[in-house]
Write a protein that binds this ligand. Sequence first.
Ligand code: SF4
Ligand code: ZN
Length: 360
Amino acid sequence: MEESLSRINEVIRQATFQARGSSLKQRKKRDPTRPSARWTASARVGREQGTALAIVLSTIGCAHARSDSGGCTMCSYLLDGVQEMPTSDQIVAQFKFAMKELEMKRAPLSVKIYTSGSFLDNEEIPMEARSEILRLIAEDERIREVILESRPEYVSNSILSSIRELLGDRTIEIGMGLESVSDTVRTICINKNFDLLMFKDALKTAKNYNIGMRAYVLLKPPLLTERDALLDAIATIQEARRLGVTTISLNPVNVQKDTLVEKLWTRGNYRPPWLWSVVEVLREASSISDGWMKIVCDPVAGGKRRGAHNCGKCDTNIVEAIRQFSLSQNPTVLEHLTCDCISQWEHTLNHEDFSLVVHR
Ligand code: SF4
Ligand SMILES: [Zn+2]
């Protein structure tokens, strides 16, 4: 069994690598002192409503995606990065530029640092740049919460102890793409290249420094039916709760450029999840959490062909309800949502497995 799984994984790895094609070499020239993106949004910060600044630093990108392993089947974040490694000073300049967005904002603030890879990877973010960025955050009293993204292999006692020391008693979370509780789904459908044990070890290390874990849960990786994807996401959230994850970020797959998912989608072999599935998973997540975990979801391209979508008529309302839920954590905003297309979704849940027909 193990052997056949690793053979399937090899096929997926090659297909993911090929789907990326030459996009790695065609990355746009960017100003190395400017981040790839930054935006602010209303957000729940602790128990209050405040503002979150999300920053995507422009770096050489995720080591897994740059390697022969091919990266994850749904991810093209690498395209946000640059070919040449920016210097530490340039990375710090990117951060300072993004922080201007917070000039007029009132506490409580949350800062999320994304890198299209791992903020804790020294190859992507040199140690001196990371320390300087955290020092600048520590100077700002309004910032109560900091979220840093990383794969588990870069989580170590030495890095986390220095982060804790620099940020004092602020709430800190490491955002990590657990994606699925199942090693098979994570390996075969996502090509994630780490197992549950690595996630658990990273979580344990984070707990030693009172650092929380924000687990990204992927809804509808390729090669799963709508029903299996829904059940997999719920099982993942259950396990995350058991392990002591502090936040669940539910990420419905969106079709990104030069990915295996895009290849399957253009051939009619993949449909992003229904928004009804997103709502169902969030309702379940809220009940599993019972107030222990924060549950957030911001469906990228929600209501569009490349994102989680329904029939086109009800999408805007449903996406808005999902956003309201993330902000308020109140599951009642997900009740009483309805549309004629709900019966089509139910039909898909009941029959897709039997027919094995993938609808366009
Ligand atoms: S999802 Fe994360 S780990 Fe996977 S390729 Fe993208 S950045 Fe790397
Ligand atoms: Zn509808």
